[in-house]
Design a protein. Structure first.
Ligand SMILES: Nc1ncnc2c1ncn2[C@@H]1O[C@H](COP(=O)(O)OP(=O)(O)OP(=O)(O)O)[C@@H](O)[C@H]1O
Length: 225
């Protein structure tokens, strides 16, 4: 994916100006930056929810080659949330009036549930799952479409340390096995250093990119000069 001279704004409020960035196929890239710098805004533009004011976003060779998977920020679901884990994972496969899945769709659900280690608990209500299990269910839902670019937006923010590493280790495994490219938005530098190979560091007036060993910050947003 190549981003050239990208500008994004909300009405008159400019958030991103002249961003240039390349995401290499198969890489695990972390997007770092302080609160309010525009990380989620950038993700929204990649998901096609926000039209650039200027510049371009080109996905790999041709735009139709790209299949995006998106794991949103962790939101704790109500304990009473009515769907089981399996129903939640399959949610996007239901079309309008058709309340059942065909054999191929069932296989896709089985595969995503297996990939995310949810087989044993797939029939439990999602509302009663642990934070890590809920995030794995979001990941499984994103994997249903067999994405080649997976975007995780602060997906680990409210998970405890063990669960964060578990989720990211799973993502890294999928990245390797399936030639996935991963874009991971986070404030968590140790986690980024553990799993990512490239970074995009967003600051209010500049952007830096490179391989993780070129990242010279001790905490997000604070560059050593
Ligand atoms: N719908 C909107 N309308 C107007 N301004 C917005 C809107 N959404 C976000 N903003 C503003 O755009 C700026 C960038 O927000 P964004 O959510 O992209 O930041 P972020 O880097 O993801 O922050 P955080 O780390 O806190 O999630 C902020 O100043 C925010 O207040």
């Amino acid at each position: 994916m190549t981003i050239k001279h990208l500008a994004l704004s909300y009405g008159a409020k400019s958030v991103i100006k002249d961003l240039n960035f390349s995401l290499q196929k198969g890489s695990f890239t972390v997007i770092l930056g302080e609160n309010g710098v525009g990380k989620t805004t950038l993700v929204r533009s990649l998901l096609g929810q926000l039209t650039p004011k200027a510049g371009s976003i080109n996905f790999f060779n041709q735009e139709r080659d790209i299949k995006l998977g998106y794991v949103p920020q962790f939101r704790n679901l109500d304990e009473e949330y009515p769907l089981t884990i399996r129903e939640f994972v399959a949610l996007n496969l239901y079309h309008g009036w058709m309340p059942w899945l065909n054999a191929t769709e069932k296989k896709r659900v089985d595969r995503a549930i297996k990939q995310t280690n949810l087989v044993a608990i797939q029939d439990r209500p999602l509302g009663q799952a642990s934070g890590g299990e809920k995030q794995r269910a979001y990941l499984a839902q994103a994997l249903i479409e067999h994405p080649n670019l997976l975007i995780l937006d602060e997906s680990t923010a409210s998970l405890d340390v063990g669960m964060k590493y578990e989720l990211l280790a799973l993502v890294a495994q999928l990245q390797e096995q399936q030639q996935l490219s991963v874009l991971f938005v986070t404030h968590d530098l140790p986690l980024a250093r553990q799993f990512a190979d490239h970074f995009l560091l967003m600051e209010h007036d500049r952007y830096q990119t490179g391989t993780m060993d070129q990242l010279k910050v001790s905490r997000v947003g604070e560059a050593h000069v």
